[in-house]
Design a protein around this ligand. Sequence first.
Ligand SMILES: [Mg+2]
Ligand SMILES: [Zn+2]
Length: 233
Amino acid sequence: MIVMLDFDGTIAVNDVCDALVDEFADIQQLMKSLSAGEVTVAEYYRNAFAAIADKCPPDTLTHWLSTQPLDPGLTSLISWLKIKDVPVRVVSDGFDIYIKPLLASVGLDTIPVFANVATWDGHAYVPRFPGATEGCTCFCASCKRNAVLHGIPDDEVVVYVGDGRSDACAVQFADIVFAKGYLASWCTAERIPHHPYKTLADVQRILANILMRNQTRQRRQATLARRNAYLQE
Ligand SMILES: [Mg+2]
Ligand SMILES: [Zn+2]
């Protein structure tokens, strides 16, 4: 078994990227062109980083990050998974520049992070999308599908925990899905079986139950989806 965790709205209480843009730029204006379909998600991110650069250089960012709460069940879930010898992966369509420091702030800097990258060149943030794929047209800059599939053995049971639009693509390849918010409604509409949850403490409790009852098995639709994705790439 391997556990994939979304970051914004899942590990972090807020969508940290949205909160950041909202704090240091006019998010309504930037979002308008995204919802109107005038820009892609990657272009939105480029515009947003350009808009926050002056007011939020790296030291300001570091300071502001301390205002961003993480799910209270996070460290307990991660320690419990470690005891159970279950690997964890953070899969995000957000950015390493806030994900890594926030994880480090609670001693979780060794968890592998699959996310977009932003570097500060002395004047501005330069966003890059190493996980971007032409093979998928879902609503994201870097489709999480590849992060979910990367290096996963055929018999692995993939657990996915998320909340948003960028998780919708990924959960089709996951065996055990935990969903809240937008993702929960989407899973219901698409008939993807999922466990609704509010906090990561719920995830730990439900997952412990599944393990105890020996109910960790692969989902047929997910196995087929993984196989098809491998054939396509
Ligand atoms: Mg999210
Ligand atoms: Zn996708």
